[in-house]
Ligand binder design. Structure first.
Ligand SMILES: Nc1ncnc2c1ncn2[C@@H]1O[C@H](COP(=O)(O)OP(=O)(O)OP(=O)(O)O)[C@@H](O)[C@H]1O
Length: 580
């Protein structure tokens, strides 16, 4: 609990600055104190309205005249309104800044994390943590702010009770300690239920995300029932957890409520027995009741905070893990020459090693990119071994091999996403030490088309990395043989592509190629990027791409591409015996 509260406070201070958080706390405290002043003045005000000229302020025990009383009460009411107004604004500002900052840190962490870490993560966990779980973090931050003020009020009420009567005040504080002890078990159970709730949310989010990603297949196989059942199971689990939480917390609140009432009555009776005056008794009853009601409110807030705070763990886990796996932290290993040396001493051929070599000559101006003795693996599983590859400027290198041989893995190494476990990636004659700078010179078209639900223009420009004109866009569209398709769309470049895009698979692929071309890359990396095109269109696209200044590195099974390549690298599947 304390650790989670500390994390929340740190998040608030990082997002909003200590000054703003402190100002908010002071405002909330001032508002609560003014509220107490107004309450205290209610009794003499009622006496005054009833025609009694000799009125006395309880607790302080001082006599006040009607003018002073009305003046002080009026000022307190006005000031309380102003303070509440200001504190509501600051409160919402602190809450929004804190949750927005956490959300952005988590998302930035994911977007900039090391690729080998990212491929092990579940996408829906990130979606869930930065959306639904953030609402619970928001509630937890709010409760934490509220509880800090309640704690101060509790201390103030306890002090007043002790001043009125050290014995009875002491007993009131003792009953407070009993309340806290009673509530500890329910707080622990609230945390456990909060953890279960976070887990259930992850399951719920994954089911929704996965079902939407499989929409076409679900309809084609008419299997919506299975997904609905999964969602229903997750919803039922949610109801069970929430039901249990309400049971635990409301039972505890009822017990504490009875205990508070009993303690207040007992203290008043005890006070009478030891001869306290009526004024002191009334004041003591008021202060004790306040003390115990603040304690009860605090218990409620603590239970709710305990329930919500595991959501922060989900967000914090992403922030911490992505910070530990930030791309570049392991950068120097990528091009370690000692690794290169040892790799050359090991097996020269094997899984992923080139079977066929070049079918043409390399450029004399020096290679754009070289892989020297590269090996790559996922955990203990080797995929590429001792691979050499040269890509000359403006050349076309085709990478072929059966499914699972490691073509996409090779492209990930070239992109600097997957650091080789041995060997070296060399760009322009220099070992690759800054993959991000290298990727600024690369255009990439993945195996699965990625289009966002925005306009054609937005789809082409979001990754351009430079200001682009419409002429640039049309040039790229022409090269990708998709300009005519875009011209026929109702609003041309400004046509919005829906989630379930209104373009055919091949048209989507060509749009993705155009998007990569807009970057004006030195190297265009295509992963089966023309697999949905007919042979004639594919040949046109490849011929157009060859006319651009970019070198092409193409993973493909298609003879049309292999046939016009300058080099063909054919990968053997991992199970193959090493070949000479
Ligand atoms: N993130 C990953 N974690 C573990 N293993 C992986 C991962 N990605 C790929 N692999 C494994 O590495 C091997 C090579 O995969 P890769 O995707 O590079 O093959 P490919 O030649 O591109 O296949 P395809 O032609 O079917 O796309 C496969 O056996 C695959 O199961």
């Amino acid at each position: 609990m304390i650790r989670r509260a500390r994390l929340h406070v740190r998040a608030m201070v990082v997002a909003c600055g200590a000054g703003r958080v402190l100002r908010l706390q002071l405002l909330m405290l001032l508002g609560a104190l003014l509220e107490a002043v107004v309450l205290v003045l209610l009794v003499p005000l009622v006496q005054l309205l009833a025609g009694d000229d000799d009125v006395r302020v309880p607790v302080l025990g001082v006599d006040v005249g009607p003018v002073a009383l009305l003046g002080v009460a009026g000022a307190a009411v006005l000031l309380r309104g102003a303070v509440q107004w200001r504190s509501a604004i600051t409160n919402s500002d602190v809450l929004l800044r804190t949750t927005d900052a956490l959300r952005l840190r988590a998302l930035r962490g994911v977007l900039e994390a090391d690729w080998t870490y990212l491929v092990r993560q579940r996408r829906s966990d990130v979606v869930q943590a930065t959306t639904t779980e953030m609402e619970r973090v928001d509630a937890a931050v709010h409760l934490l702010l509220r509880s800090a003020v309640d704690l101060l009020l509790l201390a103030a009420s306890a002090a007043v009770a002790v001043v009125i009567s050290p014995l009875l005040g002491g007993l009131a504080v003792l009953s407070l300690v009993v309340v806290v002890a009673l509530g500890r078990g329910s707080v622990r159970r609230s945390i456990a239920l909060g953890v279960e709730w976070t887990r259930r949310n992850a399951l719920f989010g994954a089911t929704v995300t996965d079902s939407l990603a499989s929409l076409r297949l679900i309809r084609a196989h008419d299997s919506s029932e299975q997904w609905v059942r999964l969602l229903d199971d997750a919803a039922r689990e949610g109801r069970r957890i929430e039901h249990r939480y309400v049971e635990v917390t409301s039972a505890m609140q009822a017990i504490v409520g009875y205990a508070a009432l009993g303690a207040a009555l007992g203290l008043v009776l005890l006070g009478r027995a030891i001869g306290l005056g009526v004024a002191e008794l009334v004041a003591l009853a008021a202060v004790t009741t306040r003390l115990l009601s603040v304690a009860r409110g605090l218990l409620t807030s603590t239970q709710a905070f305990a329930h919500y705070s595991p959501a922060l763990d989900a967000v914090q886990r992403i922030i911490d893990e992505t910070a530990a796996h930030r791309e570049g932290l392991e950068g120097p290993e990528v091009s370690s020459t000692s690794r290169l040396a040892s790799s050359h001493l090991s097996t020269r051929q094997g899984a992923g090693a080139p079977r066929t070599s070049t079918t043409g000559s390399t450029s004399t101006s020096g290679p754009l990119l070289e892989l020297r003795g590269v090996a790559a693996s996922y955990g203990d599983r080797p995929v590429l071994r001792d691979l050499d590859l040269v890509v000359a400027p403006a050349s076309l290198v085709a990478v072929t091999g059966p499914s699972g041989a490691g073509k996409s893995t090779l492209l990930d190494v070239v992109l600097g996403l997957l650091p080789p476990t041995a060997g070296e990636v060399v760009v322009g004659g220099e070992p690759l030490t800054d993959p991000r700078a290298w990727r600024a010179r690369v255009g990439y078209v993945p195996q699965q088309t990625v289009l966002i639900p925005g306009s054609v223009r937005e789809n082409l420009t979001w990754s351009a990395g430079r200001p682009v004109t419409d002429d640039d866009l049309w040039r790229a569209l022409e090269a990708a043989c998709v300009a005519d398709v875009v011209r026929q769309l109702p609003e041309g470049l400004d046509t919005v592509l829906q989630d379930l895009a209104q373009l055919s698979g091949g048209e989507q692929q060509r749009l993705c190629i155009a998007r990569a071309l807009v970057r004006e890359p030195d190297l265009l990396v295509l992963d089966e990027a023309t697999s949905a095109l007919d042979a004639a269109t594919e040949a046109d696209v490849v011929a157009n791409l060859r006319r651009t200044p970019a070198a092409l590195l193409v993973a493909t099974h298609r003879p049309a591409v292999v046939g016009v390549a300058d080099h063909v690298v054919s990968l053997a599947p991992a199970e193959d015996e090493p070949r000479a």
